[in-house]
Write a protein that binds this ligand. Structure first.
Ligand SMILES: NC(=O)c1ccc[n+]([C@@H]2O[C@H](COP(=O)([O-])OP(=O)(O)OC[C@H]3O[C@@H](n4cnc5c(N)ncnc54)[C@H](O)[C@@H]3O)[C@@H](O)[C@H]2O)c1
Length: 319
């Protein structure tokens, strides 16, 4: 059994680490690999790192064939996620939608059993409409995504479920919360960079900036653990799963946890410059019940454990 992990960033690197810890040698593919940052998460001699582009279907098929890949985790997405797609929609739509279609189509042609794809909890809240209340035949039966990024994730989920239904490719779409965790490279999305910068400042004795809205977070190690669980679940049922901390974190809770993770940390509440629409103000979290029942996923890191782990990692890997 060989797993291809597409996208070696914040979450893909952790997926690769877990697989190697289980004794597998995954193939890790990225358009622009960052071996130094990756090596801080997972030993490079325990995986096969290849350069490859999900938007190039024939070379992708070549990689799948050469390495006898039997299952795929697909985590590649546009830079800066929500914010990046609002600034520059076309490449984000192309990468998120057609990149995933290329992966699913390659899996269909080569008979690859299972594909696990990163979706996002933005689909639980960047929504409006739905005033026709689920009544089929009415134009606004369901809420619609309100950003380009969430529209791409909705398309990805729907297309993936149809590959499962009609083509026999087992599919899981995982709705991660806003993710953060150990990672010194480029990428990771707006919210993760905000937490990294807040932690950097706290550790340096500077005032840390905490966004003023409540957020539904997931620690990258948990996001990756849920992903591997979806990859290995016996009866997956080809579904969508919420993979988050299972709770929202208010700014006050974030500041409190930061103060406990880094005693003496000073905090101010402010929208970090340039964060724009990528920061939300959530009132409730996604329902974690299905991920628990089908995958056995429960978060190991709530906000305090996550910030403690990140503080520990950043002390050992000064930026
Ligand atoms: N980070 C978050 O807050 C968050 C939250 C919810 C969902 N997600 C989703 O989780 C997934 C992983 O997010 P992340 O934070 O690890 O992202 P990341 O930016 O850290 O990593 C993505 C990787 O994909 C690579 N990539 C980009 N284009 C590619 C291409 N054409 N071919 C191959 N590789 C390509 C990038 O080089 C990058 O290393 C994404 O699908 C994202 O939409 C992330």
């Amino acid at each position: 059994m060989t797993t291809l992990v597409i996208g070696a960033g914040l979450i893909g690197s952790q997926v690769a680490r877990i697989l190697t810890e289980q004794g597998e040698k995954p193939v890790v593919m990225d358009f622009a690999p960052q071996p130094k940052a990756l090596s801080e998460i997972v030993a490079l001699d325990k995986l096969t790192l290849v350069q490859g582009d999900v938007l190039q279907p024939l070379p992708l098929m070549g990689i799948l064939r050469t390495h006898n890949v039997t299952q795929i985790v697909h985590t590649a997405a546009n830079p800066l996620l929500t914010l990046g797609a609002q600034r520059d929609p076309y490449p984000a739509i192309n990468l998120n939608v057609m990149g995933t279609v290329n992966v699913l189509e390659a899996a269909r042609i080569l008979g690859i059993k299972r594909v696990v794809v990163s979706s996002s909890s933005v689909l639980n809240h960047y929504l409006e409409g739905g005033e026709d209340d689920g009544v089929f035949g009415k134009e606004e039966a369901f809420p619609r995504p309100t950003t380009f990024y969430s529209a791409t994730k909705q398309a990805v989920e729907s297309i993936g479920l149809n590959y499962a239904k009609w083509c026999g490719v087992e599919f899981a779409g995982l709705r991660y919360g806003a993710a953060f965790g150990p990672w010194s490279g480029n990428g990771g999305g707006g919210p993760s960079n905000i937490v990294r910068e807040a932690m950097r400042r706290a550790l340096a004795g500077e005032e840390a900036v905490v966004p003023p809205g409540a957020m539904e977070w997931v620690y990258s190690k948990d996001a990756a653990r849920g992903t591997v669980m979806a990859l290995q679940a016996k009866a997956l049922g080809s579904r969508i799963f919420n993979v988050t901390m299972g709770a929202i974190t208010t700014p006050a809770e974030m500041a409190d946890a930061l103060g406990k993770a880094v005693p003496g940390a000073r905090v101010k509440f402010e929208a970090p410059a340039g964060a724009g629409i990528s920061l939300s103000n959530r009132q409730s979290s996604g329902d974690p019940a299905r991920a628990k029942a089908v995958l056995g996923y429960e978060p190991q890191y709530r906000i305090l454990e996550a910030l403690r782990d990140l503080a520990d990692w950043m002390k050992r890997h000064p930026q």
